[in-house]
Design a protein around this ligand. Structure first.
Ligand SMILES: *Cc1c(COP(=O)(O)O)cnc(C)c1O
Length: 399
């Protein structure tokens, strides 16, 4: 198999046989002229055709979107990949096809807000119960497994506290109990971690973040075996219809081509900024898996070949300081999202997020507060000069 840099550049791509074009074509066509009739339903089409399937309609499949899917599969070393219109479209496609009424979902108690809110507010309406546990504590996972449990969903590193979950250990538990394991690996990217090699059944990415990398295209993907992904393609993609635009696929593929080198630069910058923050008198705890002070640094060393560019930190008077930062930061954008070449920072108040989203109490709340205190500044370290980022931070942290 070619190396990761070669796979990022060439994966899924081929020169155009008609023109010799070196860059991939952007095929915006929604429909495709067919050589012969092939039915009017994805199912009729599947039984009618053999071998390489012709393109029919872009909701069923599109050459540019397929090119991106193949590139992502090459990066993640996955058999197959299905792309969606956003990370949330990918997440909900997986949950809604893997689970049915009466099933129970076990998930980490800290994860992307949209995922946590969907699991708590929407899944119960479809008859799926959810239990959220601190997945960094394997005993909490074991204790929460019920006869109806069907899937374990984890996110590592977890948004916004950068707490890690041991994927191989959770995969072991999942196997013992015959459960599916899904890993949201958006913060790690395939450059850091390959959850499928560690025993996961599914990997989910928001392509909007590092993989696209430039803050100009929403997208999402689920990766795994062709067999496991089949219902995602036919039911969730073709019938629910949250397909990725070919234009976004083209932009994301261009971003993905430089993912390995960007992740090296993100990590280098984040290490510098994390060290600067750790030594800053106005800063409390800094959460970055690449710092030896991270309580799970040993797991990070084992599980992450790259520590990525995400960190969070505490500073006194967080919410007032956040208001000041929004006005006074000059290089870093005070904005949600992450993984872009531009540095992005946002304030996540503990009481507010626990109330609206995580609903933590007791030991789980204490576990969250250990990382987050009253709130954290989540910083996505971009590709600017780290010295400029540190200067920008120093100005808004001092005084
Ligand atoms: C952003 C994000 C998502 C959702 O992705 P969208 O592309 O915004 O829909 C899911 N999980 C994680 C970890 C994310 O950061």
């Amino acid at each position: 198999m070619p190396g990761i840099n070669t796979r990022a550049v060439h994966g899924g791509e081929a020169t155009d046989p008609n023109t010799g074009a070196s860059a991939p074509n952007l095929v915006m066509s929604t429909t495709f002229a067919m050589q012969e009739p092939a039915g009017f339903s994805i199912h009729a089409f599947e039984t009618a055709s053999e071998g390489d399937k012709p393109y029919v309609y872009t909701r069923w499949g599109n050459p540019t979107v397929n090119m991106l899917e193949k590139k992502l599969a090459a990066l993640e070393e996955a058999e197959d990949c299905v792309a969606f219109a956003s990370g949330m479209a990918a997440t909900t496609a997986l949950l809604s096809t893997a689970l049915k009424p009466g099933d129970h979902l076990l998930m980490s108690d800290v994860n992307y807000a949209g995922t946590a809110e969907y699991a708590r507010a929407t899944l119960p309406r479809w008859g799926v119960a959810t239990t959220a546990v601190d997945s960094s504590d394997l005993s909490q996972i074991e204790a929460a497994i019920q006869p109806a449990t069907r899937m374990i969903w984890i996110e590592t590193p977890a948004n916004p506290i950068l707490r890690l979950t041991d994927i191989a250990a959770v995969a072991n538990i999942a196997k013992q109990h015959g459960l599916l394991l899904a890993v949201d690996s958006t913060f790690a990217t395939p450059i850091a971690t390959r959850p499928l090699h560690l025993g996961a059944d599914f990997v989910v990415h928001s392509l909007t973040k590092y993989i696209g990398g430039h803050g100009d295209a929403l997208g999402g993907a689920v990766l795994g075996s062709t067999e496991r992904l089949e219902p995602l393609r036919t039911q969730a993609l073709v019938h629910v219809g949250g397909v990725l635009s070919p234009f976004n696929a083209w932009l994301i593929a261009r971003g993905a081509a430089t993912l390995p080198i960007r992740m090296q630069a993100h990590e280098r910058g984040a290490k510098q900024v994390a060290t600067f923050l750790q030594n800053h008198p106005a800063v409390g705890r800094v959460n970055y898996p690449g710092l030896t002070s991270h309580p799970q640094h040993a797991l990070a060393e084992r599980q992450m070949a790259n520590y990525s560019g995400m960190l969070s930190f505490q500073a006194p008077n967080g919410s007032a300081r956040a208001r000041r930062m929004a006005k006074e930061l000059e290089v870093i954008h005070f904005a949600v999202s992450l993984g872009h070449h531009r540095s992005l920072m946002y304030w996540i108040d503990t009481d507010a997020i626990v109330e609206s989203t995580f609903k933590l109490a007791g030991k789980q709340l204490a576990g969250y507060r250990e990382f987050a205190g009253d709130g954290v500044f989540r910083l996505s370290v971009g590709l600017e000069d780290a010295e400029d980022l540190c200067r920008d931070l120093d100005r808004v942290l001092s005084g």
